[in-house]
Design a protein. Structure first.
Length: 204
């Protein structure tokens, strides 16, 4: 794609690095911004820069937050004795969209996948155990995508948490095996949370 301006080319290249954005879409975005008021564009770029520089991980659940502790963890109206374990931030957003869950979250940062070099030590598992030791948690809900790696992670965590006596449950299988949690529709995901079932493992 030959463009009349080097600066325009650089802007198109920048937008094209975003996921799901091809070069034609990137060009449309750049042309749109060039037609806008300079102050509006300045606020747009300032907002993006502020998001990148100031948004952080919650020190308690590892959700994204403007503060040290996120708005969910600091909300006294939520049930702090129930923790929903998820792979990533997008899963938190998906579950929140259902308006069916009022407990806490714990973002693992992925799933156990030896083939990808991801072991338990690469995830926020130690922090989860520490939360159970500090807080009076009565239930941990495993809301991990139903894939082979996800099932492996659920089993590992359940064995690890067995001595704590905390109830471990999994979301109901309204979400098909092999599917990604974040792509499930809100109704199916909401019902899966409400219809969660106990997950049992035995001591070796």
């Amino acid at each position: 794609m030959h463009l009349p301006s080097k600066l325009m080319q650089q802007a198109v290249d920048a937008f094209a690095t975003l996921p799901g954005i091809g070069r034609k879409t990137a060009l449309r975005m750049v042309l749109h911004l060039l037609k806008q008021d300079p102050e509006l564009v300045r606020r747009f770029t300032d907002d993006i820069r502020a998001a990148r520089e100031e948004i952080r991980e919650c020190t308690k659940c590892f959700n994204l937050s403007d503060e040290v502790v996120c708005s969910i963890c600091s909300d006294p109206r939520r049930d702090h004795q129930v923790i929903c374990v998820v792979e990533g931030i997008r899963d938190v957003l998906a579950i929140e969209e259902t308006h069916q869950y009022r407990g806490m979250y714990h973002v693992l940062g992925g799933v156990i996948s030896p083939i990808d070099g991801i072991g338990p030590e690469n995830l926020h598992i130690r922090e989860l155990v520490e939360r159970l030791q500090k807080d009076q948690v009565r239930e941990v809900i495993m809301a991990v995508s139903p894939t082979i790696e996800g099932e492996t992670t659920i089993y590992y965590l359940s064995k690890l948490l067995l001595p704590t006596g905390v109830r471990v449950s999994t979301i109901a299988r309204g979400v098909s095996f092999g599917g990604e949690l974040e792509y499930a529709d809100e109704v199916t995901l909401g019902r899966s949370i409400l219809a969660r079932v106990p997950y049992s493992v035995t001591e070796d």
